[in-house]
Design a protein around this ligand. Structure first.
Ligand code: FAD
Length: 433
């Protein structure tokens, strides 16, 4: 995998997570039941479940545990799929999978918090609720329609008026909001490391610095190679999401890689931070170019949005984020944003996570469209269930063929300009009045 220029950035999480264990590179020839490619939330959750079921699992990552988006994410555990309205989801999926996926995604935050508790993972889990704040009358109208539909499935969402929102969030930049009580946050690198330790303690082997360079099926088994080793297994799970390369040649063409970016402060004094998210809610907004933020128990502020990847691979947009943070929370106008980092995620054309089984014994699950903390965990669990014998028609995700995304090249080339236009539209809609 080509190193990404943003790898030199330093995510805050590396300074605040408990130290991780060593995961030496794969060396020599090995036999396993399952090879998992990618040690993020998806791959680690699959490995943990498989190891617990007594399956021999080897996890390989080009970097290390949490090297990809899982160790760089905003760590907001938001249930529900992004972008699609309930009506559109129903049209895309049909009634059976609509109902299944709606229930699964609404329960995805509870599922993750229960997993964390079960394995006693030390990752600062907190389920204080997620505030989605609405920037325009149109967004409010859409949110009300969505809320009625999701609450019919037991989402428990509540509308929050402007005055209450100001108290809960510390910002007056939004007209109203929706509170989803099941939302929360984790220290994501600590979660990834905790999942890895739980999987290892149940017998999984994990190797960092072990980029898989070839994947082929021979004599009824799968063979993967890294620079210094090889694994033969009955199943391979590809859990590479935004970092997907050409191991399955058609897979990268089915997703659009985008680069969310984040900034974080050192712990801030009480007089600066006390009015911001005092109840420990997470917050994100309804703009096309979204903002998301959280306040840490130690008084740090973390603010995120979308970065822009230049031709040289470097990611920009951090100064814009700092300006936006000061717009949303004027209390932060003078603070120093010491940390700046980004990572890569995968968008899909229909904005749904995709589960593929292109050949017998080969699974790929990806495409969380920026909402992967809870859903990657679900996908990992579901792929493990499939390996353990679940019939495809019983899974919450339909098994779908890998389809090339229309106009993908043009979308990648035009992303910088598109972000500028979308920001402008957001700004026009966000104008007071
Ligand atoms: C800055 C940022 C903020 C985000 N904020 C949120 C948020 O607040 N809430 C939310 O729900 N979601 C958020 N997301 C999205 C979420 O983090 C991801 O959807 C999720 O972490 C994906 O997990 P994953 O395990 O599928 O992939 P990743 O964690 O990206 O892991 C993929 C792994 O595959 C490895 N890999 C790739 N190719 C190979 C190969 N050939 N051989 C070996 N290994 C390979 C990579 O090294 C990488 O470690 C954010 C993402 C980013 C980047």
């Amino acid at each position: 995998m080509t190193p990404l220029a943003h790898d030199v950035q330093h995510p805050l999480w590396r300074d605040t997570a408990p130290a991780g264990e060593d995961h030496p590179p794969l060396s020599g020839d090995h036999r396993a039941d399952v090879t998992v490619i990618g040690a993020g939330f998806t791959g680690l959750r699959a490995a943990l479940m498989l190891a617990e079921a007594g399956t021999r699992v080897i996890v390989l990552d080009a970097g290390d545990v949490g090297y990809g988006a899982s160790g760089r994410t905003g760590g907001q555990v938001n249930p529900m799929l992004p972008f699609n309205t309930p009506n559109r989801l129903r049209a895309l999926l049909g009634p059976v999978y609509f109902e299944r996926l709606a229930q699964t995604s609404l329960g995805s935050a509870d599922e993750l918090f229960a997993l964390i508790e079960r394995y006693r993972i030390d990752c600062q889990p907190r389920q204080n609720g997620w505030l989605r704040v609405l920037h325009s009358p149109r967004a409010l109208k859409e949110a009300r329609a969505g809320m009625a539909a999701w609450n019919a499935f037991g989402a428990g969402m509540e509308e929050v008026d402007g005055a209450t929102l100001a108290k809960l969030s510390g910002t007056t930049a939004y007209r109203a909001g929706v509170l989803t009580p099941r939302g929360g946050a984790v220290q994501p690198l600590a979660l990834a490391r905790g999942l890895a330790e739980a999987a290892k303690s149940r017998g999984a082997a994990i190797h960092g610095q072990s980029a898989v360079t070839t994947l082929e099926r021979r004599d009824g088994a799968w063979h993967v190679r890294t620079a210094r080793g090889a694994v033969t297994s009955d199943w391979v799970i590809v859990a590479t999401n935004g970092y997907t390369g050409g191991l399955i040649p058609t897979l990268p063409r089915s997703i659009l890689p985008v680069t969310p970016a984040q900034i974080a402060t050192d712990p801030l004094p009480d007089e600066v931070i006390s009015s911001i998210l005092p109840g420990g809610h997470t917050i994100s907004d309804s703009r096309r170019i979204i903002m998301y933020a959280r306040r840490e128990p130690d008084g740090r502020m973390i603010f995120g949005g979308l970065g822009q990847r230049g031709r040289d691979g470097r990611v920009g947009g951090f100064d814009w984020l700092a300006r936006d943070a000061a717009r949303v929370f004027p209390q932060l106008a003078q603070v120093r944003w010491r940390y700046r980092w980004s990572g890569v995620i995968a968008l899909t054309d229909d904005h749904l996570p995709h589960l593929h089984e292109p050949e017998p014994g080969l699974l790929a699950g990806l495409g969380y469209n920026g909402r992967g903390v809870a859903m990657a965990n679900v996908m990992g669990r579901v792929m493990a269930e499939r390996v353990l014998g679940a019939a495809p028609e019983t899974l919450p995700f339909p098994l779908s063929p890998i389809r090339a995304m229309p106009l993908r090249g043009a979308r990648i080339a035009g992303m910088g300009s598109a972000i500028k236009v979308l920001r402008l539209l957001d700004r026009l809609e966000t104008r007071p009045g």
